[in-house]
Design a binder for this molecule. Structure first.
Ligand SMILES: [Ca+2]
Length: 248
């Protein structure tokens, strides 16, 4: 990613209210010019627990995700707001430059096939619309609700900043605003830890982890305590606290 790609000319600050499919969208939008800055000035990542829950309350993903993405690939099939509202299939910058809820989801989906396809569109100026995660599509009154650190997000996910340690939850629901944040996830088997695309440190949890860090960039991988398996690139550096290492 180079500086010009990072240099989106505007920052959108928006709020929207999703009342129904094809229903009212109330958006407030401001736009201000920003100087193009080197990518390195914004190259940072967060490390957050991420849970994705479908409309029946079934958990699709419970993982720890390292995220750095500030752009997301859009989909022509993201049509939950109606015909003609899909994306063009290219990458669109997220509204805020730092780590945000949409970037977290995109980085998780890059490693976890159960989250693909991701149906995202940048058709509207107020922010990205999220129609589908892993074949679970928003339709009728249902939409993908987002919580960050236990707080319901009232903007689009790409407008919602995320700090390290804040749990990010996506759930398909018909309730707006949704007050029923899904309960704590059952912990079964290994914890999945996803590395961010690019050369960033990847750190496991104190549980038995499956650390996924094959992104082509040179990472420093630590697994922490537990009986861990690290899936890494051949040139990654890996700490001795990873009990098993599988180089790709
Ligand atoms: Ca561990």
């Amino acid at each position: 990613m180079n500086g010009s790609e990072m240099g989106t000319p505007c920052v959108h600050r928006a709020s929207f209210r999703y009342l129904a499919l094809g229903g009212a969208i109330v958006a407030a939008l401001t736009c201000m010019s920003l100087a193009v800055a080197p990518a390195s000035a914004f190259a940072k990542q967060v490390r957050v627990p991420v849970r994705v829950v479908d409309g029946l309350g079934r958990q699709m993903v419970d993982a720890v995700v390292h995220s750095s993405s500030m752009r997301v690939r859009t989909s022509p099939q993201a049509l939950c707001f109606g015909e003609g509202t899909g994306g063009d299939g290219g990458f669109a910058p997220t509204a805020v430059r730092g780590p945000n809820a949409m970037g977290v989801l995109a980085d998780a989906a890059a490693e976890l096939g159960v989250l693909r396809p991701l149906r995202v569109s940048d058709y509207y100026s107020f922010g990205h619309t999220l129609c589908g995660i892993g074949g679970v599509e928003a339709s009728g009154l249902a939409y993908w609700a987002v919580w960050i650190g236990g707080t319901f997000v009232e903007t689009s996910a790409d407008n919602a900043r995320v700090k390290s340690g804040q749990t990010v939850v996506y759930q398909l629901t018909e309730e707006y605003p949704s007050t029923s944040i899904p309960g704590p996830a059952p912990r079964e088997g290994r914890r999945v830890v996803v590395g961010a695309p690019g050369a960033f440190p990847v750190t496991g949890t104190n549980a038995d982890d499956r650390v996924l860090a094959r992104d082509g960039a040179r990472d420093l991988v630590r697994c922490s305590s537990g009986a861990d398996i690290a899936f890494i690139d051949s040139r990654d550096a890996v700490a001795q606290d990873c009990e098993e290492v599988r180089r790709g």
